[in-house]
Design a protein around this ligand. Structure first.
Ligand SMILES: Nc1ncnc2c1ncn2[C@@H]1O[C@H](COP(=O)(O)OP(=O)(O)OP(=O)(O)O)[C@@H](O)[C@H]1O
Length: 335
């Protein structure tokens, strides 16, 4: 399989590069009968970062932070109000069609597939739209069908697919033309655990096999944990954090929760600090522990001393991590 490493653009340090990029929207607000006020919304504010070829980066932030606006500028749908932006050496808003051959986009909440047609017909249309050479299309389709388990679904109309099946179908459609960059917007939203695992495994495989650069927007921290070595946090259009997920947990001092089902009701488990029991309900106990630490030693210790029925680990949600990060920074700013 062609790994696409030599198809140009950008250099390894800045395959995607933003230098002080701005996006300002003019919004008209009705302030009375026949009266309108003009307001400027700075959706992206002097944003600078680079993503190297083959990196998988999580791009997260609260609602209205500027994530979609950034992605829209990266795909050429929106033109920046200022700054410099390049993807694979291309200025997206100037050469949108040329860029389209280099990028794939998947929106978890919307499908790009033709609703009433069998899945395979959408792929045939993508084949023609992107003028993919026949042999390459076949090869890619076979690989996607294999990796994403689409064999039995190809003749099913898209509207009859489950959400997880449809998502896998959408991901395949976005990759048939060998894009070098894949933008994923909430690719696991609403999926069950099995489908989430399947999508994540596929993305890992894709990244390893083809060195596809992936920018992933998600509210699910497990997507980031399992896929991205780097995470960028954006808020009010500005980059608030850029580094490993563990560092974000440290910055926010966030905690994960170990949910323990015991064979019977017992007094609160005497866990090694800083882990501690935060809730007890019958035979079920909840223990909080730092998200930057592995759960394994805690699980081993509890399993050795207690009659266990089941265990699960719950991740903190992104909003909570970011909120704690702010609280921590505010705390530091005030001596
Ligand atoms: N076309 C537009 N016209 C005016 N304002 C806009 C437009 N698009 C976005 N905005 C504003 O820009 C800001 C950033 O929005 P954006 O959609 O990029 O955020 P987001 O991080 O993607 O949020 P979400 O997680 O809710 O999708 C918000 O204040 C939003 O209201």
């Amino acid at each position: 399989m062609d790994d696409g490493r030599d198809r140009g653009g950008g250099g390894d340090d800045g395959f995607i590069s933003l230098d002080r990029v701005e996006k300002v929207f003019e919004v008209r607000k009705r302030t009375g009968f026949l009266k309108r006020e003009r307001r400027r919304v700075r959706a992206v504010d002097s944003l600078s970062f680079t993503v190297a070829r083959g990196e998988m980066v999580g791009y997260i932030g609260p609602n209205g932070a500027g994530k979609s606006t950034t992605i829209k500028m990266l795909t050429g749908i929106l033109t920046p109000s200022g700054g410099r932006l390049r993807v694979a050496g291309i200025d997206p808003s100037r050469e949108r069609t040329r860029l389209a051959h280099r990028i794939g986009v998947v929106f978890g909440q919307r499908t790009t597939l033709w609703w009433d047609l069998p899945l395979i017909d959408s792929y045939r249309l993508v084949h023609r739209m992107y003028r993919i050479p026949d042999a390459r299309y076949r090869e890619n389709l076979d690989r996607m069908v294999e990796l994403l388990g689409l064999g039995e679904l190809l003749d099913v109309p898209v509207r009859q697919l489950s959400l997880g099946q449809r998502m896998r179908g959408d991901i395949a459609a976005a990759l048939l033309h060998d894009p070098q960059v894949l933008y994923l917007d909430e690719p696991t939203i609403g999926l069950d655990v099995v489908s989430k695992t399947r999508v994540r495994e596929f993305l890992r495989e894709l990244n390893a096999e083809r060195a596809t650069t992936v920018l992933l927007t998600t509210h699910d921290l497990q997507d980031i944990e399992q896929l991205c070595s780097r995470v960028m946090v954006i808020d009010h259009g500005r980059l608030m954090y850029d580094g490993p997920l563990a560092g974000l947990h440290e910055a926010g001092e966030s905690e994960r929760t170990l949910v323990v089902d015991l064979e019977r009701e017992l007094p609160p488990i005497d866990a090694p600090a800083p882990a501690r029991v935060v809730r007890v309900e019958g035979p079920r106990q909840w223990l909080a522990f730092p998200a930057s630490q592995s759960a394994a030693p805690l699980v081993a210790r509890i399993a050795a001393d207690h009659p266990l029925v089941d265990l699960s680990v719950r991740e903190p949600d992104i909003e909570a991590v970011i909120a704690r990060m702010y609280a921590e920074r505010a705390g530091r700013a005030v001596p």
